[in-house]
Design a protein around this ligand. Structure first.
Ligand SMILES: CCC1=C(C)/C(=C/C2=NC(=C\c3[nH]c(/C=C4\NC(=O)[C@H](C)[C@H]4CC)c(C)c3CCC(=O)O)/C(CCC(=O)O)=C2C)NC1=O
Length: 172
């Protein structure tokens, strides 16, 4: 587990150097985004169930066959597993959003996930889509509440999407 600040301190400590201009700019940008990151986490805390439901509903609209016999989310048990997975993605993305660092996503979510999904026949494409939809729903809700430039809240979701679709993430 790492965040933007501890990661930076670690790197500079290893070099035995004082923070330079580029480090200070990085810190400045992190604190400058604090309000948006906090608003996003508050929203997720308040509305997690709604956000998961909304992302899932959009996924079913785009890909209704998932819910039909032969679809991977068919049967109550598998539907529940799918919704639980979406909930995992949201929760871990909210940690990464506060940290402004994706290490936790690599370590706790992506590591080995692709193999698990392959062995269970869980389709990667729609799963990646559900993660992107989470990011969209949150960015929209924040924009509706008057926040400007909500794009950065999608970053952890995009990281998860990239990691799952490239499946290059291995234990490190
Ligand atoms: C915190 C990190 C973490 C993640 C991410 C995680 C995912 C995860 N999802 C699983 C199953 C599953 N995941 C899905 C998900 C879906 N099927 C679809 O059609 C949709 C596209 C999609 C939802 C968006 C389904 C249906 C299963 C059950 C598959 C089965 O047992 O046949 C399993 C197998 C074991 C189980 O069912 O609990 C794991 C480990 N577990 C973890 O600990």
């Amino acid at each position: 587990m790492r965040d933007a600040i501890t990661g930076l301190i670690g790197r500079y400590d290893q070099l035995g150097r004082y923070f330079d201009r580029s480090a200070i700019d990085r810190i400045d940008s992190y604190f400058g985004q604090a309000e948006l990151r906090l608003a996003a986490v508050e929203l997720i805390n308040r509305e997690a169930a709604t956000i998961v439901r909304e992302a899932a509903q959009r996924l079913w609209l785009e890909d209704p066959e998932l819910l039909l016999p032969g679809g991977n989310a068919y049967t109550t048990r598998r539907l529940a597993a799918c919704l639980r997975d979406i909930d995992y993605f949201l929760r871990y993305a909210s940690y990464a959003l506060v940290a402004d660092d994706f290490t936790i996503l690599d370590e706790r979510v992506l590591n080995g996930l692709d193999d698990t999904y392959k062995s269970l026949g869980v389709p990667t494409g729609p799963t990646v889509r559900s993660i992107a939809l989470l990011g969209e729903v949150i960015a929209e809700m924040l924009a509706d509440s008057g926040m400007a430039d909500t794009g950065l809240v999608r970053a952890p979701f995009e990281h998860l999407c990239r990691g799952l679709s490239s499946s290059n993430v291995r234990a490190r």
